[in-house]
Design a protein around this ligand. Structure first.
Ligand code: NAD
Length: 350
């Protein structure tokens, strides 16, 4: 199959893209590459089967979609604080860009479209074991954008009577290693902080529930949704994770401390952390036959050993989503003030 992965160079995308290539698919990655050349190993290994398109979901040429049979959308500004930086920018990327991609995919005759939503749409959840039809109470701009686009994308599928098979996956918080590492996700950051400073910070008291899922299992869920019969997915939404991966944040800190003895757990006094959701994952298991394969403890060990082996630099700016977006904003400001012909220190074009 020819698959287009929007955001294919990101944390999830740079794990999913090689997995698709390994399964024999041809892959086009549409991405701004805000976090660097994270697919260079895949490029070397799979050469002609992988096409990288450096473009923006808000402005790409629809010709990129020619011959594409499935679009997996894992693009966009991917956490709460980065979304709060510039609300108008967030709306243009995460809402308008996400909808534009789906509309162009449908017009180009792409059959299958899988959108990356988030369990954070449940926000401050009502009770335990939230299912796909439970009320959503998004508590951030990021999560409100997810609600809007998942509804839009699913409706496009329902309206098109079998021509456009769209669905949304509500991902639990992801963990584990990726060529574009993220140290702003709970398990990864706790493990890194325990390793580097023997100290873990717990926000909001630590009683709040959160489900987790390994990045490889997320990639497998997208592929399962891509391959499933159309009647199982069109217009549907699936929570992605496993029931046993619902953990209270303080309990997560204890598990990381067990892996790094001598780690101190510190409570942050002021941050309320309004997100609190415990999610049920029965639907994806029943309908798609999907089960996760990597446990939280495996993930903690995996990140820890990459840090110990020196495979991962804990100080790399690109592994911190907010820091990288702040850096890109500053770079854009400097360029717009000082550049001549797009250049700063090198000679302007004559
Ligand atoms: N990681 C998680 O825990 C998690 C949980 C739930 C949902 N999600 C969603 O899954 C998706 C992928 O998350 P991730 O963790 O891989 O994030 P990420 O930030 O690592 O990846 C996002 C990718 O999108 C690209 N991108 C950003 N703006 C773009 C634009 N305007 N045009 C083209 N490309 C653009 C970036 O360059 C990056 O490669 C996001 O939509 C995120 O909201 C992630």
């Amino acid at each position: 199959m020819h698959v287009l992965v929007a955001g294919g160079a990101g944390y999830i995308g740079s794990v999913m893209t090689p997995m698709l290539l390994k399964e024999g698919h041809t892959v086009t990655v549409l991405d701004r590459f805000f976090f660097g050349p994270t697919l260079s190993v895949a490029e070397r290994e799979y050469g002609g089967k992988l096409r990288l398109v450096r473009s923006d979901i808000r402005s790409f040429s629809p010709s990129v979609l020619q011959g594409v049979e499935a679009v997996l959308d894992v693009s966009g500004i991917s956490n709460d604080p980065s979304c709060e930086l510039e609300p108008d920018l967030t709306k243009s990327v995460n809402v308008d860009g996400g909808k534009r991609l789906a509309v162009h995919a449908r017009e180009a005759g792409v059959r299958r479209f899988v959108y990356s939503s988030s369990c954070s749409v449940y926000g401050h959840g009502e009770g335990l074991g939230l299912v796909e039809t439970s009320n959503r109470h998004p508590v951030s701009l990021y999560a409100r954008a997810k609600v809007e686009v998942e509804d839009y994308v699913r409706n496009l599928g329902l309206e098109s009577r079998g021509q456009f098979e769209s669905c949304a996956l509500r991902l639990a918080t992801v963990f584990g290693l990726s060529p574009r590492m993220r140290f702003d996700l709970a398990i990864n950051v706790m493990t890194k902080n325990a390793y580097v400073g023997r100290r873990i910070m717990v926000d909001g008291g630590g009683r709040q529930w959160r489900p987790f899922v390994h990045v490889k299992d997320v990639a497998r869920a997208f592929i399962a949704a891509m391959n499933a019969p159309q009647e199982k997915v069109t217009g549907e939404v699936f929570n992605v994770g496993s029931d046993s991966s619902n953990v209270q944040i303080l309990n997560l800190a204890f598990r990381v401390r067990d892996a790094v003895p001598g780690t101190e757990i510190v409570h942050a006094p002021t941050d309320p952390d309004l997100r609190d959701y415990n999610v049920n994952f029965e639907k994806i298991r029943r309908v798609l036959g999907y089960e996760t394969t990597v446990t939280i403890d495996d993930g903690i060990r995996e990140v820890l050993s990459a840090l110990r082996d020196g495979q991962l630099d804990p100080d790399e700016r690109r592994w911190y989503t907010l820091k990288q977006y702040l850096f890109l904003r500053e770079a854009e400001r400097v360029l717009s003030e000082l550049a001549v012909d797009g250049r700063l220190l090198s000679s302007p074009l004559s």
